[in-house]
Design a protein around this ligand. Structure first.
Ligand code: MEZ
Length: 558
């Protein structure tokens, strides 16, 4: 197939795409070219309305992304969606082999100056940048992917927080101490207790902060390992990640925060005393340049999408699928260790029990939280569905075929908006009766009926005698009945850069590295051996705020 430039021949000139300047230049974020794409073809939303395809790539959870994230002018195009979804999707100018265009680094002398450089444009990066900006710092966010949002954009189930106004309105009795205790217990007490306490203590403030920026976190549900309902998400149970990413993007735009995509930090710079002085960036088009800064915040995520590194730490996970976006390769951790940063808990890698079999689509734990059960290929339950992820994953891997079915009814479906997306992606099997569903998924009908009847009795009696599931929100009695085949996949890396409670990066000799902060999944210690569902977004916002505040303070004081 032919690149877009060829397809435009005779219809457009170079200047139509690149602007009329004599010397064709493209900024790394490709804003100019994208403006011209939109000028001729319409906005992403307008393109979305025109498309008749069942899976509409112009209408997705990725938000308002650049046309050039998928459509490339001079190399083969490929749909960004295909890095996670196995669609058969044709794209104008599409090549046979999808390849991510890596930044092209050429040596340049250019240097800029800001107060704070944030590496990574996920929730932790946006939060740190907005906080530092609001405290008076000049900030730039550097993102190596062609789109912003990172893994946060894929976060589904919600954000954990204790003692929030939303919990109080719903009469949920929770406390900072209980959230701390659940986090420590879920993490096998390997967590750094001080970091886990910071998470719990600041969680309600972080929900309030996000709400103040315009987020809706009014629905409160339950995730595995939590003693009470404390997972906050938008009304109706919509996915939390796409929503808060949009809110953070809007707030960053309102503040004119400089965000550069297709730009990779290749080095953190230091002076002779080991103080951080900025970063070296490789821009896709502009080549290498320096940004001098008094503080650098690493918010570049974990390494679940780096199969070699996952297998290095955990050989038993070799070849396992991942729920993560393709940029989650652990580069931020490497940047930190290259300037002496220590790491913690690198071997602690979380497997999420419910990734749709044969895909990389995460089926949120909230489906189980709202009442779905797990059954094996014999049609039997085999685990408390709300146990921690490590235990649920191990239980699924011990079943025939190493997969299981997530079974639910229309009541569960209606309780959680996110489930509509799984239908849209053709991941759900269904039946008008349990017998029909059993036929569709090829499990013995009588066993499946008996399993659901026994579970429903447990719900009526408020006691799951068989598996001691702690929360039984609703019986499964409302036709239709549904099933999604699920398989565990690499979801989250608990390990990363060692930090203080002030988000400062700690060096191997125990001192903090002056001017270097880190927040989010690329840090270690908050979650110990196993992160509780909903604690990730909570961590990104809380430690993003702390890193932003402390970086801005350091700038003011030096
Ligand atoms: O925090 C998570 O990883 C989470 C809530 C995932 C999910 O199942 O939705």
């Amino acid at each position: 197939s032919e690149p877009l430039a060829k397809l435009h021949e005779g219809k457009a000139t170079c200047a139509d795409c690149h602007g009329s300047s004599k010397k064709i230049s493209v900024d790394d974020s490709e804003k100019g070219v994208n403006k011209n794409c939109v000028g001729c073809h319409g906005t992403l939303a307008e393109m979305g309305k025109k498309s008749q395809e069942e899976v509409n790539p112009h209408k997705s959870h990725l938000g308002d992304i650049n046309c050039t994230a998928c459509h490339h002018g001079h190399t083969a195009s490929w749909a960004y969606c295909l890095s996670c979804h196995p669609f058969d999707m044709k794209i104008a100018g599409g090549g046979a082999t999808p390849t991510m265009a890596a930044p092209v680094a050429k040596a340049k002398k250019r240097a800029e100056k800001v107060d704070v450089v944030v590496i990574g444009a996920g929730a932790a990066g946006f939060t740190a940048a907005i906080t530092a900006h609001d405290a008076g710092a000049k900030v730039v966010i550097i993102e190596k992917q062609p789109i912003t949002g990172g893994n946060s954009m894929l976060a589904a189930g919600g954000m954990n927080a204790a003692e929030t106004t939303f919990q109080k309105e719903k009469g949920i009795a929770d406390s900072v101490d209980l959230m701390y205790k659940d986090t420590m217990t879920g993490g096998g007490n390997l967590n750094d207790p001080a970091l886990a306490m910071v998470l719990a203590k600041n969680s309600a403030g972080s929900v309030a902060w996000l709400t103040g920026l315009g987020a809706d976190l009014s629905d409160v549900g339950r995730m595995g390992g939590a003693s009470v309902n404390r997972t906050h998400r938008p009304k109706g149970g919509a996915a939390v990640g796409a929503h808060i990413t949009e809110v953070l993007r809007k707030n960053a735009a309102q503040r004119n925060i400089d965000i550069r995509v297709n730009s990779k930090v290749v080095k953190i710079l230091e002076d002779k005393k080991g103080r951080v002085t900025g970063v070296r960036v490789a821009g896709k088009h502009s080549g290498e340049y320096t940004i001098n800064a008094k503080a650098v915040i690493i918010a570049a995520g974990g390494f679940s999408a780096n199969p070699e590194r996952v297998a290095y730490y955990r050989p038993e996970y070799k070849g396992m699928t991942t729920s993560n976006q393709p940029g989650a390769t652990g580069d931020g951790i490497d940047l930190g260790t290259a300037v002496g940063g220590d790491v913690k808990d690198m071997k602690e890698i979380q497997i999420h029990p419910t990734v749709a079999a044969g895909s990389r689509t995460l089926i949120t734990e909230a489906v189980r939280g709202n009442g779905a059960i797990l059954v094996n290929h014999d049609g039997k339950r085999f685990v408390n569905e709300l146990t921690t992820r490590d235990k649920a994953s191990a239980a699924i891997l011990a079943q025939k075929g190493q997969t299981a079915y997530l079974v639910f009814d229309d009541g569960v479906r209606k309780s959680l908006k996110q489930i509509d997306g799984y239908f849209h992606l053709n991941l759900v099997q269904q039946g008008a009766t349990l017998k029909d569903l059993a036929a569709a998924i090829k499990v013995p009908a009588e066993t499946l009926e008996a399993t659901v009847a026994s579970y429903n009795k447990g719900v009526d009696d408020k006691n799951d005698a068989e598996f001691k599931r702690p929360d039984l929100p609703r019986p499964l009695r409302t036709a239709k009945y549904y099933a999604i085949e699920v398989k565990p996949g690499v979801h989250y890396t608990m390990g990363g850069l060692k930090i203080t409670t002030g988000s400062e990066v700690v060096a191997k000799d125990g001192r903090t590295i002056a001017g270097l902060f880190a927040a989010g999944e690329g840090t270690g210690g908050v979650h110990g051996k196993n992160r509780l569902g909903g604690n990730s977004i909570s961590q990104t916002i809380t430690f993003g705020r702390i890193a932003g505040e402390n970086a801005a303070r350091l700038v003011k004081n030096t």
